[in-house]
Ligand binder design. Structure first.
Ligand code: GLN
Length: 242
């Protein structure tokens, strides 16, 4: 089986090991005999999302986010239809913020988002950045662990990835993290998220295979190493707040 992943702006949007997500997707496909072709997209001119099976957008500083916004807005309708059609996608931090109406920086500048989903993000003046390791309890994925570092606080009423046990997540009020909308995952978790949380990685791969092939044999992998590392972090993080 073959899948194609579009990795948007890898040269600009790659904070705290975000590239590791692409490596995890590639590896977990390879271990199953699936060929995952990765195409780096640095300019959106002529890009059609119907030509790929999933896409990934990492996080970025405010400056890089501003540059990337210009590129993304050119194919806003492409993103909207792909997300509505259930393309699996992972978008991290700044990449997640793009999908909403706007991101207001700490200096008060309002960067327009793609306005694909009904949410907004604001940094608060004189409020701390939300930094540190994070633990999320998710009904769908189990314990999700990662690292967050953002000034923006995101507010929405969509389904989330789960409840924040340690850390902040979407903002410093709701105790909820991320978004799950069709097969799109938006999250504040760097770290990177996928190698530490194989259930999330496999969710994206399965969704891509479902869309492309319908029926197929999905090979289960031995996740002992990944899940032990995840469990270790869960224990450490729970202890840290006792
Ligand atoms: N610049 C954004 C913020 O601070 C996103 C940062 C990131 O992607 N880690 O909220």
């Amino acid at each position: 089986m073959d899948l194609k992943l579009y990795h948007f702006m890898p040269d600009k949007l790659n904070l705290y090991g975000d590239i590791g997500n692409v490596i995890a997707l590639k590896k977990r496909c390879e271990w199953r005999g699936i060929n995952l072709e990765i195409e780096n997209i640095t300019s959106t001119d002529g890009v059609k999302l119907t030509d790929c099976d999933m896409f990934f957008i990492g996080g970025g500083s405010d400056r890089e986010q501003c540059i990337a916004t210009e590129q993304f807005s050119k194919i806003k309708n492409e993103f909207k239809s792909a997300i509505e059609d259930g393309i699996p996608a992972l978008t991290i931090c700044g990449g997640y913020q793009f999908l909403g109406e706007y991101y207001k920086t700490v200096d008060g500048d309002k960067l327009p988002g793609l306005n694909i989903l009904d949410f907004y993000t604001e940094s608060k003046k004189d409020a701390p950045r939300l930094i540190g390791n994070i633990l999320v309890e998710s009904e769908k994925f189990g314990n999700i662990v990662g690292f967050e570092n953002h000034g923006g606080r995101t507010y929405h009423n969509y389904e989330t990835l789960g409840n924040v046990v340690v850390g902040y997540g979407n903002n410093d009020e709701d105790k909820k993290e991320g978004i799950l909308y069709n097969n799109l995952i938006g999250t504040y978790l760097h770290g990177p998220i996928l190698p530490k949380n194989p259930n999330v990685t496999d969710y994206l791969i399965k969704a891509a295979l479902d869309n492309k092939y319908g029926t197929y044999d999905f090979i289960e992998l031995n996740n002992d190493i990944e899940l032990n590392a995840n469990k270790h972090m869960v224990e450490l993080l729970k202890k840290s707040v006792k």
